[in-house]
Design a protein. Structure first.
Length: 79
């Protein structure tokens, strides 16, 4: 792992520590990533079974466990 990847991973983990709550909705993921992952893009990935694992519905909302979001984002790092 190079320094940039290590820095990016630390930033993702720090964001998770600072995020209130253990669940994120699709709009929350957009906020969590600073807009890097959009709501529509995430919906498309989910429909292709390439989205964040562990997603489930709470009423009409799709939600993701925070730790699964962190693992998925770290797995997508390309530096």
């Amino acid at each position: 792992m190079n320094k940039n990847q290590s820095d990016a991973e630390m930033a993702i983990r720090a964001a998770a520590v600072n995020w209130q709550g253990e669940l994120l909705t699709r709009p929350d993921v957009k906020i969590f990533t600073g807009g890097a992952i959009g709501v529509g893009h995430l919906a498309n990935l989910d429909s292709e079974k390439r989205g964040i694992p562990g997603a489930f519905h709470l009423g009409r909302k799709v939600v993701y466990p925070k730790q699964k979001v962190v693992e998925w984002l770290i797995g997508r790092l390309e530096i």
